[in-house]
Design a protein around this ligand. Sequence first.
Ligand SMILES: [Zn+2]
Ligand SMILES: [Zn+2]
Length: 254
Amino acid sequence: IDKWAWRGIRVLSLVGMMMDYMLPKRVMSWKEAWEIYFEQNGGALFADLARYGIKVPECLTQCSEDKEHISHQAWATFYQYGGAAAFHTWMPNDEEMDWLSAKYPNTFDKYYRARFTHWRDEAEKGNRFYSNTLPMLCQVCQIPMIFTEPGDPTKICYRESEYEGEKYHTCSDGCQHIFDDEPEKYAQAWLPVHQIYQGNCFPEGTDPTVEGFDPLAAVLDWYHFNNGHDNLDFEGSRDQANFAAWRGMATKNT
Ligand SMILES: [Zn+2]
Ligand SMILES: [Zn+2]
């Protein structure tokens, strides 16, 4: 239960990001959803299971802290690495930022709003920020190393384990624990970023030694990315035009 609670919760960071940033009509914040569906409903379930000796997963203390941060940290990461993700990203407008400030009174203004406003202003001036590197991935959950230390939301959390003379990096105590329980399994993980940097993600027959070789274009080709269409900013994208057209056809719920 400890293992699968944590594996599931890590993937839910992406759902949190979608709820807080990507939905055209926000229903509830990630934090509210976590409180209702996990803390309240899940809490009641675990209280019931206590009679069988089943305990609440040990990661729960960290999760109550993380619910204030993970959606913002995930969105910030996909925004910066917008060339490498097969969807568009953007910075919220003022109204959306106000919603986030209201939903996250303890953290959004303090840790995220100024940076997001800066990125948005820069994008409006034509300096949309993209990182030209690739993020390091957690050996277990394979999410970029974007999460912060328990107790310090300004410091990236990473953990290191050794197995058969090699070092392996994980994003959290939860993922490190899972790695250390079964290192022989997780040491084999096919991590996209590692494979790209090792040159294993070029189309067959690619010669990386030819003059003017563009590694990024070759990798995107291997992944069947239509560069500039599938990725980068929402502003100016085909998706944006489609969405505006579909919205224009709506006769209700506009
Ligand atoms: Zn991880
Ligand atoms: Zn264990």
